[in-house]
Design a binder for this molecule. Structure first.
Ligand SMILES: Nc1ncnc2c1ncn2[C@@H]1O[C@H](COP(=O)(O)OP(=O)(O)OP(=O)(O)O)[C@@H](O)[C@H]1O
Length: 639
């Protein structure tokens, strides 16, 4: 913090925090063409200040008794070249002025600066995508004064800066200070004087701020009549209380941008009034783009709770964390206005609202998936991994969520479970999935071979959250989920699509079978310390061996995840599966039955296990021994 005050004649000079200076430098020199957004930012701050005081006055009505009607005033003086934004909201104390207008407190501005560091050029293209707040005033003004009186306090303070490294703070005179709230005076740059024109102001307010929930008026100097003209620009009615037919798409969009602080278009708008035991209005939006904090560990949602048009909090978790990208407002008629935040948590009305809103959002998504696949898929692209968290966290709505979830599978992209089930092969009773770090890694796995040979579809699950929900989900449409790398493959009942061409007689086949069975017993004995079982596999086609997890316990991928965590138990011993039709296996089996010295078959067994481990993304049990054995085999092949 830069609180090195230099006091001269009642005025203190403070230098800005380094990051603020950086931001201000950018604002002052911005070549950004859309500078008018500064007014949107200041009006939004003014409205927030009114809403904060409206909320505080619920428990302390004295704060507003002299002036109970909230309002924002834009006052232009063309002769002076100034534009002022006034509000009778909560105001700022001296300490708050220092804290809020000298440092970077808000995460949005920080995200802007982070993004800026990555971007080439001067960053002006980025300005429009972030709510860069108060500091944007320096795009149009070469000096900004902020005169503010915190509601209920006697003293008013004046903050003043030209945006170059420092600002001054002094006690404000009674003439310049408002009875309550904040006045921001922008001394417009010579080439930005148009922002003191009534026509310009009227247009900007209409374009960006017509749904701010506090009325906005404009005062302009009438030089001829030597008077001040007053004009009402907006009435401050809450958009969500109007009926759908009165609202245009453009108005929805503007409200979305105003209320969410995001500047994309809403992909879906959900506006309705719930009636019955609890009454509330909902205006919710599903964005088009990922918000910058989507993967923030706090996983906080940002929907705002109002009670009878009074803003209460944006922290009420109106939808579960897996829908945290939903933006908008819920306005309740029934929650008591002066409820404390702690009490709010267990309020049964709020619980009913949360349930209603969540169900509505999910059913709207489902409807969209049926009606407009393309649009739904773009939402799924942006938020699918987040929605999938719900499969694990919200078992009660899992079936509802299963209707939305799209999968990459061995059959194609964005497949639904319903499509999967429709395409089940004869005798197939499970929904098969493969977990892995990426789609490509999964596709390289030998476990898939037997499924491919039968054209059995496999879900390719490559998101971190997948390993969790598949463990707890019971099934879909009566079919259980089954990992392709765990337990028996029970594929024998399903017919292979292309039958192997083999010209062996039944007698030869029977002989192979016995010798492979002997090999299995031999390998089992050899590897007794390393594997829990050795068995014949139906899941292999071109590879000789693979490793799978035992029937009960975690899937291999899950087990790897758990091993990565501290203090996790060493995993269960895996199962080694052998492909009985593979030439290498048949050769080893015949060697076992004919050779007197079994040393080579022992080496073979060890190499098979190591090979299976490597294919599974692991290290051979003992790399030195593995290398020695491999060299030996290569030597004998060449000799
Ligand atoms: N008119 C005002 N009245 C009272 N406080 C204000 C006013 N304008 C700004 N502030 C205070 O200054 C802080 C910083 O404002 P700034 O516009 O930079 O960011 P922000 O408003 O927090 O973020 P956002 O614009 O994304 O809501 C605000 O959070 C608020 O506490």
């Amino acid at each position: 913090m830069s609180d090195q005050a230099d006091i001269k004649g009642g005025s203190e000079t403070h230098s800005f925090e380094a990051e603020v200076s950086r931001l201000l430098h950018l604002m002052v020199h911005a070549v950004y063409s859309n500078k008018e957004i500064f007014l949107r930012e200041l009006v939004s701050n003014a409205a927030d200040a009114c809403e904060k005081l409206r909320h505080e006055s619920l428990t302390n009505s004295d704060l507003v008794k002299d002036d109970p009607t909230f309002q924002i005033t834009l006052s232009a003086d063309g002769a002076d070249g100034t534009l002022s934004v006034l509000d009778n909201g909560i105001g700022m104390s001296k300490a708050e002025l220092i804290e809020n207008l000298g440092t970077i407190a808000k995460s949005g501005t920080r995200a802007f600066l982070d993004q800026l560091a990555k971007e080439e050029g001067d960053g002006s293209a980025l300005i429009g995508q972030f709510g860069i707040g108060f500091y944007s005033a320096f795009m149009v003004a070469d000096r900004v004064d902020v005169i503010s009186r915190r509601a209920g306090e006697a003293e008013a303070w004046k903050w003043s800066s030209n945006g170059e490294g420092a600002y001054e703070l002094s006690v404000a005179s009674e003439e310049e200070a408002l009875p309550r709230g904040t006045k921001i005076v922008m001394h417009l740059k010579d080439d930005e004087k148009t922002f003191a024109d009534a026509v310009t102001i009227r247009r900007i307010v209409r374009d960006y701020s017509s749904h701010v929930p506090v009325p906005i008026r404009m005062l302009t100097k009438n030089e001829e009549a030597d008077a001040i003209d007053e004009e009402k620009l907006t009435d401050g009615t809450a958009l969500w209380t109007k009926s759908k037919s009165e609202i245009t798409e453009e108005q929805y969009k503007e409200f979305y941008q105003y209320s969410s602080g995001q500047f994309d278009d809403p992909a879906v708008t959900i506006h309705y009034r719930a009636e019955g035991r609890t009454e509330y209005n909902v205006l919710a939006f599903i964005p088009d783009h990922k918000p910058f904090d989507l993967f923030d560990p706090s996983r906080k949602g940002r929907m705002k709770l109002y009670v009878r048009r009074v803003f209460i909090t944006d922290d009420a978790e109106l939808v579960p964390a897996y829908l945290r990208f939903v933006r908008g407002v819920v306005d309740s008629e029934d929650i008591p206005l002066n409820i404390s935040r702690e009490m709010l948590q267990d309020n049964p009305i709020l619980t009913a609202i949360k349930k209603g809103v969540t169900n509505k959002v999910l059913s709207e998504l489902e409807k969209l998936s049926r009606k407009d696949e393309e649009k739904f898929l773009s939402i799924w692209e942006a938020f699918g991994t987040v929605i999938k968290e719900g499969l694990y966290e919200d078992p009660e709505r899992r079936d509802q969520l299963f209707k939305l979830v799209r999968f990459n599978t061995t059959k194609g992209e964005n497949r639904t479970l319903a499509q999967y089930v429709e395409d089940l092969k004869e005798n197939q009773t499970s929904i098969y999935y493969a977990l892995g770090d990426s789609k490509d890694a999964i596709l390289a796995s030998p476990h898939l071979e037997g499924y491919e040979a039968r054209e059995v579809e496999v879900l390719l699950l490559a998101d971190a959250v997948d390993a969790f929900w598949v463990q707890t989900a019971l099934g879909f449409d009566g079919k259980s989920f089954k990992s392709i790398s765990q337990g028996g493959a029970d594929l024998d009942a399903i017919e292979k699509v292309a039958q192997d061409v083999d010209d062996k007689s039944d007698e030869e086949k029977a002989k192979d079978k016995t010798s492979v069975a002997d090999l299995v017993s031999f390998v089992k004995e050899t590897l007794i310390d390393d594997v829990s079982e050795v068995r014949i596999s139906s899941r292999l086609a071109t590879s000789p061996v693979c490793i799978v997890a035992p029937e009960y316990g975690p899937d291999r991928q899950m087990e790897k995840l758990m091993r990565g965590q501290q203090g996790a138990q060493a995993g269960l011993k895996p199962v080694l599966e052998i492909n009985p039709d593979h030439a290498l296996i048949l050769a080893l089996a015949s060697q076992l039955s004919s050779a007197a010295d079994k040393a080579e078959v022992t080496d073979g067994a060890r190499l098979l296990l190591d090979q299976a481990l490597i294919l599974d993304g692991e290290q051979p049990a003992n790399p030195a021994e593995f290398a020695a054995r491999l060299s030996k085999v290569m030597m004998s092949a060449m000799g």
